[in-house]
Design a protein around this ligand. Structure first.
Ligand code: ADP
Ligand code: MG
Length: 319
């Protein structure tokens, strides 16, 4: 890309009021660094994810959907810490200066940025095989972030929303990449549970967002908390759409190991049950109790009082 082309591209598609106005910046993009003021008493929460065409999204997907998915997946990490989104950076590698792609990508990004209140502070733009790296920056009151290591024996284990929809949606998109049905949307525009994460501060003992699959991600909480758990497969929250579109065994497989739902899984003392129910009702967001933390290490699955064999594949791993 010529320098003029590169800077013009950045200005046109990434320095737009829709991308810069959600959270104020002392100095936005355009200089060597952005300058960001952190409110006093808050800690920065920072997380980055790279999404590679063909691995994390279908390269033929509409550009707006690719952008939505990338930013939502990153926002989900902030949600899992109980952090409030503030800024993000975008490192974009593009095969070509493709106007249709860039406009769609920029519009999809702007839509999510406005919706969840996050501003694009800067980034980098290079030529090469399509890959998207986003770093999100949020803040959380000092000492109140939700971590993975605090689960206690006897805590309830909850998940938000429904499980398996995104994996079901990916299957729909593999058939038709422009599918915009409910399941497909759960794949390309997952809902980062930001409000829930902030509500869980000082209530949940541990939390994680489900990116790789429930079993694997619960496993991270248990490992870091040095405990085990039992889960009841009959309690897995399955959406009506998934229930009508795939057979039961497949629903359960997708819910346990499908991943990419970006729902929150959290542990909480049993004394919070009533409040969780009230919050769930008030927010119209299912919060389902699927199991319990135990002293015995490892993860056990139960169905109607009978032990169930763990699936061989617990979730996604790159290597
Ligand atoms: P430098 O050479 O100093 O690293 P660049 O020429 O790469 O700066 O970028 C110029 C400005 O544009 C910087 O402020 C940078 O943060 C911003 N920028 C570059 N690419 C993007 C992008 N994809 N999205 C948002 N801002 C970007
Ligand atoms: Mg510089």
């Amino acid at each position: 890309m010529s320098a003029a082309g590169e800077f013009d591209l950045i200005r046109r598609y990434f320095h737009r009021p829709q991308l810069q106005s959600a959270t104020p910046m002392a100095l936005g993009p355009g200089d060597d660094c952005a300058l960001l003021d952190v409110p006093s008493g808050q800690q920065l929460a920072i997380s980055a994810d790279t999404l590679v065409a063909g691995v994390h999204f279908l390269p033929e997907m509409p550009a707006a959907h690719i952008a939505q998915r990338c930013l939502c997946a990153n926002l989900s990490d902030l949600a899992a810490m109980g952090a409030k989104p503030a800024w993000f950076t975008l490192c974009l590698t593009l095969p070509a200066n493709d106007e249709t792609f860039l406009q769609g990508f920029s519009d999809g990004l702007a839509q999510v940025a406005q919706r969840y209140g996050i501003s694009l502070a800067g980034g980098d733009t290079t030529r090469g095989p399509l890959s998207i790296s986003i770093q999100v920056i949020g803040w959380v009151p000092q000492g109140h972030a939700l971590q993975r290591n605090g689960a206690q024996i006897g805590d309830d284990i909850y998940v938000s929303g429904y499980l398996g929809d995104a994996a079901g949606g990916l299957a729909c998109l593999q058939e038709n990449v422009t599918d915009t049905g409910y399941l497909a949307q759960r794949f390309y525009a997952p809902t980062p549970r930001l409000e829930l994460g902030q509500w869980l501060q000082d209530k949940a003992t541990a939390a994680i967002d489900i990116s790789d699959g429930l079993l694997q991600d619960v496993g991270h909480i248990l490992q870091q908390s040095r405990l085990g758990a039992s889960l009841d497969v009959t309690q897995l929250p399955i959406s009506q759409t998934l229930a009508t579109q795939v057979p039961l065994a497949e629903q359960e497989r997708l819910a346990l190991a499908g991943g990419e739902d970006f729902e929150l899984c959290f542990t909480m003392p049993q004394s919070w049950r009533a409040q969780v129910q009230d919050y769930s009702k008030q927010q119209q967001l299912p919060l389902t109790r699927i199991g319990q933390v135990e002293a015995l290490s490892g993860l056990r699955l139960w169905r109607d009082g009978q032990a169930e064999v763990l699936p061989e594949n617990l979730g996604w791993q790159h290597f």
